[in-house]
Design a protein around this ligand. Structure first.
Ligand SMILES: CC(C)(COP(=O)(O)OP(=O)(O)OC[C@H]1O[C@@H](n2cnc3c(N)ncnc32)[C@H](O)[C@@H]1OP(=O)(O)O)[C@@H](O)C(=O)NCCC(=O)NCCS
Length: 175
């Protein structure tokens, strides 16, 4: 991983910095993420972090605080792991000021390595809202295959959005 970029598995110790970052980017993140209205105070960020720790311990789906030059700049990780079929789905967000540095491209490269290596997945998916061009650029840049667009997968405050589905297979990663 590039020197300036690092990841730490989400922990309660990240709560304050992560809440402050969320608060500062609330309007920006609201364009594409559905959960902003559920984060009203630091205790909501703590609950989110606790749930990711729990999910990681039982479901094996790790989530990470992403750091740029020592400061938290976003979150990335696995939404869920389907253990029977060995499928994982990656999600990510970055604070507005940190866009354009290749941070999430670098982080997702690392998550893919963890997914096929440590988590022994057969398939990794990335689902992006159809109109979220910057998000779609991540799997496209990393050689994921576009599979399909599914209709009205997500309620974004005032409208449903379609999801563009990208995936990579273990056989493609290892080739
Ligand atoms: C989606 C999102 C993470 C993309 O952020 P990003 O900064 O474009 O992505 P990266 O960190 O990988 O950086 C890529 C950009 O850095 C540039 N870049 C600079 N150095 C780079 C490098 N070494 N490698 C790759 N890209 C690099 C790229 O050219 C690109 O910039 P461009 O968009 O001007 O072409 C961010 O816009 C975001 O969080 N949006 C709101 C929440 C969201 O949509 N989450 C996803 C829900 S599915």
């Amino acid at each position: 991983m590039k020197q300036k970029i690092s990841m730490e598995q989400l922990a309660i110790a990240h709560s304050q910095e992560l809440y402050d970052l969320t608060e500062a980017n609330r309007e920006y993140l609201r364009e594409w993420l559905p959960w902003l209205d559920h984060i009203k105070s630091i205790s909501d960020t703590e609950k989110f972090i606790e749930s990711t720790i729990e999910e990681s311990s039982v479901g094996g789906a790790p989530n990470f605080a992403v750091f740029y030059e020592g400061a938290i700049c976003g979150v990335a990780g696995f939404h869920e792991i389907n253990k029977q079929h060995k499928i994982g789905s990656i999600g990510y967000w970055l604070a507005q000021n940190y866009n354009g540095n290749g941070i999430i491209t670098t982080v997702v490269t690392e998550l893919v390595k963890i997914g096929f290596g440590e988590l022994n997945l057969n398939k990794i998916e990335i689902r992006c809202a159809e109109g979220n061009i910057k998000s779609r650029a991540i799997p496209e840049r990393l050689g994921f295959t576009y599979e399909a667009t599914l209709r009205q997968c997500e309620w974004l405050y005032s409208k449903y959005v379609n999801h563009a589905i990208y995936s990579m297979l273990a056989s493609e990663y290892n080739a």
